[in-house]
Design a binder for this molecule. Structure first.
Ligand code: FAD
Length: 376
């Protein structure tokens, strides 16, 4: 088994890293002001569109590498800024992937092309109030009204919600799952207030109300025969969260390593204390294991292996829990400096919790893994 990336793939990683390095040199990427955060993500999208980053996992062509490379590239972007990363991913790897997989040619031209050029920002509103779609039927519904479809409902949390140019809203139409695509400013589409969250300081999140919004039938994707399309979205979300967890570990480990080599107590760098070095060793082991797991799950998804879903659940549980442990250990090494807001470990520690809640939650993933292990 060859674990090396090709020269072409490594060149892409370098391009992406350089773009992010340049952006990080120019501005703070975890801008708390939501308006400025919105501007930063648009700038990042335009710059990243100069590489193949936005197309990974979406455009199928010989020039675009597969999902293992997508995972490696995600790790790079998320290691620079968790907020920027999640905003970009919800636009491309979720909204864009929905359109590229389920949309028709007309819909691709209208919504996918501008998202992949980095000119427009997408959002996906799947989850609803006090429910995880794995449990209950959605309450958001689309009803035919002459030539139009009338949509009513509410969504609790939507990343990019108030700033997105396009939003894919999941709901039910004719008793079947469907996706309704809205453009910014549609009448009756009402984003809520910016929600302040534990982590992801520079991310624009809000609820969304759909108050008898009307769209054309050509703006509906589906209805689908069953909910497997929504299960697929959850898998893509899980991949995004796995990539984000790798970036959190990379950033936390690097900052703790530099600190341990340079910060001195008792006349020597703290890395000389075995307990500190052991912590770094455990962090690196968890990070490397997570990387292997993430790539294995991505490879299985690319190969359309029967094991793909279970491996993705396993990788998501492992990587999101490892991200909390690794960033927590980094915080301990950075100590007082780590606890002061604004460093990579502290940010990652706060963001890591989200990975365990979002997509397929850790609890639900464990149930699914258990069922698979029992052959259920
Ligand atoms: C900051 C933030 C941003 C978000 N952004 C988006 C977005 O852009 N788009 C979007 O669609 N969604 C988004 N979400 C929603 C998110 O992806 C989760 O789906 C959602 O938070 C889960 O629903 P809930 O919080 O109501 O938890 P619940 O589903 O009510 O779960 C509560 C608890 O019960 C456990 N549980 C529930 N059901 C089961 C079961 N069957 N088996 C075992 N345990 C179970 C869960 O694991 C959890 O511990 C966001 C959430 C947050 C917090």
């Amino acid at each position: 088994m060859n674990f090396d990336f090709t020269q072409h793939e490594q060149k892409l990683f370098k391009e992406i890293n350089d773009i992010m390095l340049e952006m990080a040199g120019e501005k703070y990427l975890e801008e708390k002001d939501p308006v400025n955060a919105g501007k930063t993500v648009r700038e990042a999208l335009i710059r990243l569109a100069n590489s193949s980053y936005l197309k990974l996992g979406i455009v199928k062509d010989e020039e675009i590498p597969g999902l293992c490379v997508m995972m490696g590239a995600m790790e790079i972007v998320s290691s620079f800024s968790q907020s920027l990363y999640l905003s970009i991913e919800m636009s491309t790897r979720l909204f864009g992937r929905i359109i590229s997989t389920f949309g028709n040619e007309e819909q691709k031209k209208k919504w996918l092309s501008p998202v992949l050029c980095g000119k427009k920002l997408g959002a996906v509103a799947l989850s609803e109030k006090t429910m995880n779609i794995d449990n209950d039927q959605m309450e958001t519904t689309g009803v035919r009204e002459s030539a139009l479809i009338k949509i009513s409902g509410a969504k609790n949390y939507v990343i990019n919600g108030p700033v997105a140019d396009f939003t894919a809203v999941a709901g039910i139409m004719e008793n079947k799952p469907a996706l309704f695509i809205f453009e910014k400013g549609s009448i009756g589409l009402i984003p809520g207030e910016h929600l302040v969250t534990m982590g992801y300081d520079g991310l624009f999140i809000s609820g969304l109300t759909l108050d008898e919004c009307r769209i054309n039938e050509s703006d509906v994707i589906g209805p689908f025969e069953d909910k497997s399309a929504f299960d697929t979205l959850r898998m893509w979300e899980n991949q995004i969260i796995i990539g984000g967890s790798l970036g959190m570990m990379k950033a936390s480990f690097e900052s703790a390593k530099i600190f341990a080599k340079t910060h001195k107590t008792g006349g020597k760098p703290i890395i000389a204390y075995q307990e500190v070095a052991f912590k770094l060793a455990e962090m690196l082991t968890l990070f490397q294991t997570s990387q292997l797991f993430a790539y294995r799950a991505a490879w299985a998804a690319d190969a359309k292996s029967r094991e793909s879903d279970i491996l993705t659940y396993c990788a998501k549980v492992f990587c999101t829990e490892a991200a909390e442990t690794v960033s927590g250990s980094a915080l301990r090494i950075l100590s007082g400096e780590g606890y002061i807001s604004g460093n990579a470990a502290e940010r990652a520690y706060r963001c890591a919790k989200y990975g365990q809640i979002a997509g397929t939650s850790t609890e639900i993933a464990r149930v699914k893994i258990g069922n698979a292990a029992l052959g259920a």
